[in-house]
Design a protein around this ligand. Structure first.
Ligand code: PRP
Length: 205
């Protein structure tokens, strides 16, 4: 049985459709319900529905053999896993954004609100810029509007949230997309199976 950690939500749904299209479906998962584990004995797969930011933890610790996670989370948490395939789904970017017309005061540490403290730290360390991280868990765009931070480091997909809150991108950090990852030791035992899966998923890209 191959345990697959799927991110709950829209990305997880699209990813599941990709797996279903290559013979790894699980009809019960398609019904609206609150279950978190779905098994298809015949296909030899079981799906775990987990919070997107937790997928890599399940895979790193072997609770799941493989999983699908955004490269933003991999950059932030640097888990000890194999990254096997860029699925080309959930494309967006990590960027720095600030209020429209914002002017940087170089003599002060930059106050950065973000869900990605390590990404922000690494980005500004490379620029030799001193920063003060304000770790938030959501609605990051609020922080500069209320004077809590100067800028934000966050995901930009359509740009709508920035636009509707009077913010704009001032620097690009990295492109983001969904990645197929595997637990290092379980991958040794499941290599052939996973290779077949990758071939199927690549064919569906
Ligand atoms: C994410 C991200 C931005 C928004 C970007 O937030 O943090 O706020 O999506 O998308 P857009 O460029 O298409 O507007 P999410 O919806 O995950 O909610 P959150 O604020 O609770 O993190």
């Amino acid at each position: 049985m191959l345990n697959i950690a799927l991110p709950k939500g829209r990305l997880g749904k699209t990813v599941y459709e990709r797996f279903a299209a290559i013979g790894c479906g699980c009809p019960e998962l398609e019904a609206e319900n609150r279950r978190l584990v779905f098994v298809n004995e015949a296909a030899g797969v079981s799906y775990l529905q987990v919070k997107p930011s937790d997928v890599a933890i399940y895979v790193e610790r072997g609770a799941a053999d493989i999983g699908v996670v955004g490269s933003d989370i991999l950059l932030e948490t640097q888990p000890d896993i194999y990254e096997l395939l860029d699925l080309g789904l959930g494309r967006c970017r990590l960027a720095v954004a600030a209020p429209d017309g914002w002017c940087e005061e170089m003599s002060l540490p930059l106050r950065v609100a973000t869900k990605y403290p390590h990404v922000a730290q690494a980005y500004y360390a490379a620029l030799n810029r001193q920063i003060d991280i304000i770790k938030l868990h959501g609605s990051i765009e609020l922080a500069p509007l209320l004077g809590l931070s100067d800028v934000i480091v966050d995901i930009v997909e359509t740009g709508t949230t920035l636009r509707e809150n009077g913010l704009s991108v001032v620097a690009e950090i990295a492109p983001v997309s969904a990645r197929l990852i595997a637990n290092r030791s379980s991958y040794q035992f499941n290599q052939e199976r996973v290779a077949a899966l990758i071939a199927g998923l690549e064919g569906k890209r």
